[in-house]
Design a binder for this molecule. Structure first.
Ligand code: C2E
Ligand code: CA
Ligand code: CA
Length: 280
């Protein structure tokens, strides 16, 4: 049914194995959640403003240490958490951790912004509005230190609904960013219908695979449009000096990617902030 109704699906032993291993992972994830989120960890990836190397903040990215499979990327376990709506409690944990960490860094190193990811399954649940606000309050973090990265999905395109949520977040000074911009179903519609502050350019526009040589033109066009609309524009997946220079030339004011720093553990990130403050 997951692949759509009114169609035939064939069952193979590979499917069976895959399904069994998914069920096993799910069992482990549930146990972790019950065990006070044991095994979950947040990594932080630097976000910079492109005029020089000024820190802007970090994006919090979730990781999982599985007892059976070792260190795991979110692309493997997040879909599972989403299908089971376990992303809702895990997402709450992410907020609490990320906001508390950001508050700590601000105290020691000054102005700093934290971006967190919110998937459409989380957005579907109206209590997300208050959860975000409560988590910020708990951490004593001002709203303007928080960016909420949302992605669009085919399943949720009700802009009245989005606006009713964004309203409360924006009232607290939080920024809304459209993640993976340019690849969604209706990114332009979202831009037109919702009070977003930032667009996050999908990294596929920077990838080498560009059969018709159009990616650069599209990037340039989106950045120009974003600047006209006075939006913040951040490019993600910046891996080379050339990409950095090109983006700057187009007028993109923020960046994130391996070229600047990989996602890192909290201690390592703290060290980065300490060095930046010390000026070396
Ligand atoms: P995303 O939000 O689009 O995150 C960007 C992904 O690109 C991250 O993958 C990051 O590690 C990776 N990346 C950053 N710089 C570069 C680069 O220069 N080159 C390349 N090739 N990749 C780069 P990651 O950490 O594996 O996360 C994958 C996705 O999982 C995220 O995509 C996001 O959608 C989701 N995710 C991660 N953490 C959370 C979370 O706490 N909550 C929710 N709901 N989703 C999350
Ligand atoms: Ca993101
Ligand atoms: Ca993205």
């Amino acid at each position: 049914k997951k692949n759509g109704k009114n169609r035939l699906s064939f069952f193979s032993s590979d499917d069976y194995k895959e399904n069994a291993s998914r069920m096993e992972l799910l069992k482990e994830l549930r146990e972790s959640i019950r065990n006070n989120f044991e095994g979950f960890e947040l990594y932080y990836q630097l976000q910079v403003t492109s005029n020089g190397y000024r820190l802007k903040g970090a994006e919090a990215l979730l990781r999982y240490h599985s007892k059976q499979r070792g260190f795991m990327s979110p692309v493997v376990f997040i879909p599972l958490l989403e299908q089971t709506e376990l992303i809702i409690p895990v997402g709450k944990w992410v907020m609490r951790q990320a906001f508390a960490q950001c508050a700590l860094w601000r105290k020691k190193y000054g102005d700093f912004n934290i971006s967190i990811n919110i998937s459409y399954i989380q957005l579907k649940d109206k209590s997300i509005v208050q959860n975000v606000i409560n988590a910020a309050k708990e951490a004593k973090l001002p709203g303007n230190a928080i960016t909420l990265e949302v992605t669009e999905s085919m399943q949720l395109q009700d802009y009245n609904y989005f606006n009713s949520m964004f309203y409360y977040w924006k009232e607290k000074g939080m920024q809304i960013s459209i993640d993976d911009f340019g690849t969604g179903y209706s990114s332009l519609n979202m831009l037109k219908e919702a009070p977003v502050d930032e667009i996050k350019l999908d990294m596929r526009f920077l990838s080498a695979a560009d059969p018709y040589g159009r990616a650069e033109e599209i990037l340039h066009m989106i950045i120009t449009m974003g600047n006209h609309m006075k939006l913040s524009i951040i490019a993600e997946g910046v891996e080379t000096e050339q990409q950095k220079v090109m983006l700057q030339g187009f007028g993109c004011n923020k960046a994130q990617g391996y070229f600047y720093a990989r996602p890192m553990r909290k201690a390592e990130y703290t060290e980065l902030l300490r060095k930046e403050k010390a000026g070396n």
